[in-house]
Design a protein around this ligand. Structure first.
Ligand SMILES: [Zn+2]
Ligand SMILES: [Zn+2]
Length: 124
């Protein structure tokens, strides 16, 4: 039995593309579960877009994207709550999901401060 199992893993390691390997899939599932938990905890602590303050259609954005910094995927410091449109796209990604904005926290703080002092016309 042991032999068959090791043969199976040998087969996987040799013949299956990396994204089809069982251990890899297991790892992905675990990470997906952990992300769900970390995301929920972050949203409970920061329940509003940190740029505009809206509380609907929120996303938890990775400041350094998982593709370049997988070790930061679950790190609180690398997360910021943003609303999907427009703050996530503008402030988080500079208008392209291929890009990221490492200063998003600073920019969100500045923008929020300016927004709180904005001048408005009266409704008629
Ligand atoms: Zn927003
Ligand atoms: Zn993002």
């Amino acid at each position: 039995m042991q032999f068959l199992v090791s043969l199976f893993f040998k087969f996987c390691d040799t013949w299956l593309p990396i994204w089809l390997r069982p251990r890899h899939i297991l790892d992905l599932r675990q990470r997906a579960g952990a992300w769900k938990r970390v995301r929920a905890e972050h949203l409970a602590k920061h329940p509003a877009c940190e740029v505009c303050g809206r509380t609907t259609n929120l996303t938890v954005h990775h400041i350094f994207p998982v593709s370049i910094a997988p070790e930061l995927e679950l790190v609180e410091n690398n997360l910021i709550t943003l609303c999907e449109t427009p703050c996530h796209f503008m402030f988080g990604h500079f208008f392209s999901y291929h890009c990221y904005n490492k200063d998003v926290r600073q920019m969100a703080r500045n923008f929020r401060a300016k927004m709180s002092r904005r001048k408005c016309t009266k409704f008629r």
